[in-house]
Design a binder for this molecule. Structure first.
Ligand SMILES: NC(=O)c1ccc[n+]([C@@H]2O[C@H](COP(=O)([O-])OP(=O)(O)OC[C@H]3O[C@@H](n4cnc5c(N)ncnc54)[C@H](O)[C@@H]3O)[C@@H](O)[C@H]2O)c1
Length: 275
């Protein structure tokens, strides 16, 4: 059983949504919390709520900003102690049809969703490794990192392969890794994306429909996701799912992928292997 009491968690996107759900689940188990987010108003709301439960610090941070990430780490570690739980969770949901792609949109999408994760790893992993006390990294990806999605910009930066390889790499340092692959979760990510893009329209107005909002509204609650994440970490599960929304597509993808191989001499049922 994981001891949460005494841990220090750094959660990007901790101002609301899934990050807040994870923070609540950790806070009620006694972990100390560092919440980082672009949105100061969201941060002050979550800080007010969580400070009543545990020690909680907030830091306004754009995850694209490497120097600010290092400064945020120094600040929270000086106040709360060494961070041993890292949640790379802050992201946006860009949705741009191919005819409207441009480099600015790619830079925003990959800057936040991919470089933001890399910056979190590059900031905290050397500290965790140097201290030698182990740790845990949870990267939020998506079901859209497991199967094709209608947004290429989103899927490209969903860090499933990164997390799986990192899991192998960090084992020798006693640092665990999970990748959270949620199905629909009841958050405002679609609307929040339009303000987090820094003036670059990475979500078309046409996507901000009630239908899109309803799809997420009917999804899992952020509190249920927080509990699922902690249960997954206690089970040391590499993949953490919030529902089985993508399971049929994943099964079909997996089968098609296996069938696409030539008759390899290494395949278990290959006549060449048994010759
Ligand atoms: N909501 C869903 O249905 C769903 C499904 C699958 C995966 N996810 C993933 O879950 C994660 C969290 O999404 P959510 O639904 O909680 O969204 P959310 O919008 O509720 O929360 C994301 C938070 O990240 C912050 N953020 C955005 N850009 C930032 C930046 N550059 N620097 C720092 N903070 C920034 C936002 O201000 C916001 O508070 C994302 O990785 C998302 O892709 C969500």
């Amino acid at each position: 059983m994981q001891e949460w009491n005494g841990s220090v968690a750094f959660i990007t996107g901790g101002g609301r949504g899934i990050g807040l759900g994870i923070a609540r689940a950790l806070g009620k188990r006694g972990a100390r919390l560092a919440l980082a987010d672009l949105d100061e108003a969201a941060l002050s709301r979550s800080s007010e709520e969580l400070s009543a439960v545990t020690e909680a610090e907030t830091v306004q941070l754009d995850v694209r900003d490497r120097a600010a990430f290092a400064a945020a780490a120094d600040l929270v570690e000086s106040k709360l102690g060494p961070v041993d739980l890292l949640f790379n969770n802050a992201e946006i949901a860009p949705k741009v049809p191919v005819r409207e792609w441009n480099y600015e949109k790619w830079d925003v999408a990959l800057g936040v969703n991919l470089n933001g994760v890399i910056n979190g790893l590059q900031t905290f992993l050397p500290r965790m490794i140097e201290r030698g006390g182990g740790g845990y990294v949870v990267n939020t990806a998506s079901g859209a990192g497991l199967v094709p999605d209608s947004s290429v910009l989103y899927t490209t930066a969903k860090v499933v392969g990164l997390s799986e390889s990192l899991h192998r790499e960090l084992g020798e340092h006693g640092i665990d890794v999970s990748v959270l692959c949620p199905g629909p979760v009841d958050t405002g990510i679609i609307h929040n994306t339009s303000s987090a893009g820094g003036g670059i329209a990475v979500t078309r107005q046409a996507e901000l429909t009630e239908e899109a909002g309803d799809f997420l509204k009917n999804g899992t609650s952020i509190d249920a996701v927080g509990e699922t994440v902690l249960a997954g970490m206690e089970a040391r599960s590499l993949w953490i799912h919030t529902d089985d929304f993508v399971r049929p597509w994943l099964k079909a993808r997996y089968e098609a992928l296996l069938e696409s191989f030539p008759n390899s001499p290494y395949a278990a049922d290959s006549p060449r292997r048994h010759a």
